[in-house]
Each structure stands twice: as C-alpha cells, then as structure tokens.
Design a protein around this ligand. Structure first.
Ligand code: GDD
Length: 337
C-alpha cells in the first residue's frame, strides 16, 4: 500500500479523472466504496489510522494497493487532514471514519464524541478552507433516531432524533454540523442516514457476522455455544455494497441534501439467529446463551427505514436481499473456517 503518499503532491497535476478522498477507507464500507469508485473511473485517495498491528489497517484494501494512494492520518488530528486535503484537492470527500461500535461507545464515550463529533468538525473546517468546491458525504446513522418511530412504523428524515447511546449523540452532532456548514457556507455537503449494513467484511463483533461466524463454527463442531446480548431488538439490515452505491448517488445529486438508505424490512436478532441456524440445519435454541456483558445500558429497540425518496429520486435499488446477503456471509465463513 502506498502509505508514503504524503511525499507526492497531487495539487497541480492535470488529472482528467475525478478524485475521491475517503476517510476510513480500510473499513467495511470504505473498501466497497473504494472498489466502486475505481470501477467508475475515479482516482481514489484514502486516510488510514495507524494501528500497532499493521495487517489490521489494510487487510480489506490489500488487493487495491496499486490502484489507490493512502495516507496516515486521523480525523482527530487536524494537521493531518489539512495536509492531505491540500495535497489531494479532491472533487469528492467521503467521511466514513468513526468509532463505529455502539455498545463500545458506552465504554469510551469521550473518545466517541471526539472522533464522531469533533472529528467531523475538523474535516468540515479543512474542507471549507481548502477545497470548498468539493462535494462532501457524511456517514450519518439510523442510530440517531434512538427509539423514535413514526406512527406507520418507519423512520424517515422528519422523524425526531432521540439518540440512546454516546455513538448516536455524536452522530447527531455531526449531522447537524453538516447541515449547518451546507447552509452557512453554501457547501455541497450531504448526510446519508444509513440503516444497518452488513457483508462478509463486517467486523466480527457486530451481531450479523458474530452470529454467522458462530453458527458456522458450531456446524463444523468447533464450539457448542454462542453468547449474545439482547435478542428482542430489531434492525433493518441491508448489504454494504448496495449502500456505498447509494453514497455515490447521494453526493452526485444536483442538490446537496440528506437521504435515507435502508431495506425497509425489519427483523429481530432472534429472527436472524433462527434464520442463520436453520439455513445450516440447526436449531438456534440449542446453542444461544445470553450474557449480560453484551447488553447496552440503553437499547435502541426497533429500526425500519423509509428509503422511498432515495429509490425514486436517485434511482437507487439494492441488488442484495436479506437472504442472499446472509448466504454470502455463510459461504464466506464456510470457506474461511
Ligand atoms: N454487537 C452485538 N453483539 N450486538 C448484539 C449482540 C452481541 O452479542 N447480541 C444482541 N445484539 C443486538 C444489539 O443490542 C443491537 O440491538 C443489535 O444486535 C445490532 O447490534 P450491532 O450489530 O452491534 O449494530 P448496531 O445496530 O448497534 O449499530 C450498527 O448500525 C448502526 C446503524 O443503525 C453499526 O454499524 C453502527 O455503526 C451503525 O451506525
């Protein structure tokens, strides 16, 4: 990977390709977005946070080493962001960097607020000063709604935001900052409010991949129990690849505004367990146990997003169904384990 990118300056080079800059490029969404933008003919730049185990900072984008340029940086480190934006002068900025785990945000609330809230402010300031003509995408989250639900059982742009976690509070702060910077400084800054999205690249401490991996290990005789937290909460689960395609459409809409990206279907964690174990010919009730440590001090109980505007106005449509997504995740673990 070209982590020596800082040595080059991209400012004055005459690229005909559009330049996209992605923070969090090595995460699940960052890696799919990177592939999608390369397919669309973009030159892709990314920011990677230094980790002590070097493999962890690049494994999802290893195959793309020769096609992208990455820089070490951190949205908590203003100077690093200013340096990168001055060097790259991107046409599009996708802010996917975040402390992304909701339960862990209760353990590190201050870090979460700094990274997911003030970190976005750092990036917006640099964007406003260095490349205000660029288009900006902020990874906003359905976690911002907390337990607000409209009377028809959906969440949408007008649903009140009452977050139930430090993660959700920080995301609301960032969401409002993006709206404010768009209005105050006439920037093309957009929020994509994405509901849960998964894939074989999902971290194994998120519930979908934890359940799929655990069930495959049980199927292969490697363990006989899987400990989870709350089985009664429910989520609207889609596929990360479909959702990064929406990010690109959102940024390239003529008018900057906010959008909802969701499957529009809702399933409980219990339903998810039942489906995954049944697909493997097992009964989840024989294997699932509950452990307090996976419960949250406050739980967001129910998410179901209304993405009808995004489908109608942006022409976005998911390729994956819940079933094909889970099958892909099962196949991936069956091969890996
Ligand atoms: N992670 C986890 N681990 N979740 C569990 C477990 C467990 O052992 N047992 C039950 N759950 C429940 C959680 O309590 C939650 O209700 C649900 O499974 C989903 O948890 P996660 O997969 O951790 O996702 P999340 O909904 O908290 O957050 C994800 O979606 C947000 C969008 O709404 C993350 O991707 C966030 O970054 C994202 O913004």
């Amino acid at each position: 990977m070209g982590l020596d990118g800082m040595a080059r300056s991209f400012k004055n080079e005459n690229f005909s390709m559009k330049k996209a800059f992605i923070t969090g490029i090595n995460g699940q969404d960052g890696s799919y977005l990177c592939e999608h933008l390369i397919d669309l003919g973009y030159e892709v730049f990314g920011m990677v946070r230094r980790q002590s185990v070097a493999e962890n900072q690049s494994f999802r984008i290893e195959k793309l080493n020769h096609k992208i340029t990455t820089f070490y940086g951190d949205i908590n480190d203003e100077k690093s962001i200013w340096n990168i934006l001055e060097n790259v002068c991107p046409d599009e900025i996708y802010n996917l960097a975040a402390m992304s785990h909701v339960r862990i945000s209760f353990e590190v609330p201050s870090y979460t607020l700094k990274t997911n809230g003030l970190g976005v402010l750092n990036l917006l300031e640099a964007y406003k000063h260095i490349c205000p003509k660029a288009k900006f995408y902020q990874a906003s989250s359905s976690e911002m709604f907390g337990n607000s639900i409209d009377s028809d059982g959906f969440q949408r742009l007008t649903t009140p935001m009452n977050p139930t976690s430090p993660y959700g509070c920080a995301k609301v702060l960032a969401y409002n900052l993006v709206n404010h910077y768009r209005n105050a400084y006439n920037l093309h800054a957009c929020n994509g409010i994405l509901f849960n999205h998964e894939s074989p690249r999902r971290g194994i401490n998120f519930v979908t991949n934890k359940i799929v991996k655990g069930a495959v290990e049980i199927k292969k005789g490697l363990r006989n129990k899987l400990a989870l937290g709350n089985l009664d909460s429910s989520r609207d689960w889609g596929h990360s690849y479909d959702y990064v395609r929406a990010m690109h459409l959102i940024v390239n809409n003529g008018k900057a505004r906010n959008w909802i990206v969701s499957s529009g279907q809702n399933r409980s964690v219990r339903d998810l367990c039942e489906y995954v174990f049944e697909t493997l010919g097992l009964n989840y009730m024989d294997f699932i146990i509950q452990e307090k440590k996976y419960l949250r001090p406050e739980e967001l109980k129910y998410l179901k997003g209304d993405s009808s505007e995004t489908r109608e106005l942006l022409g976005w449509k998911p390729f994956y169904s819940f079933e094909t997504m889970i099958q892909e995740m099962i196949d991936s673990w069956m091969k890996k384990i």
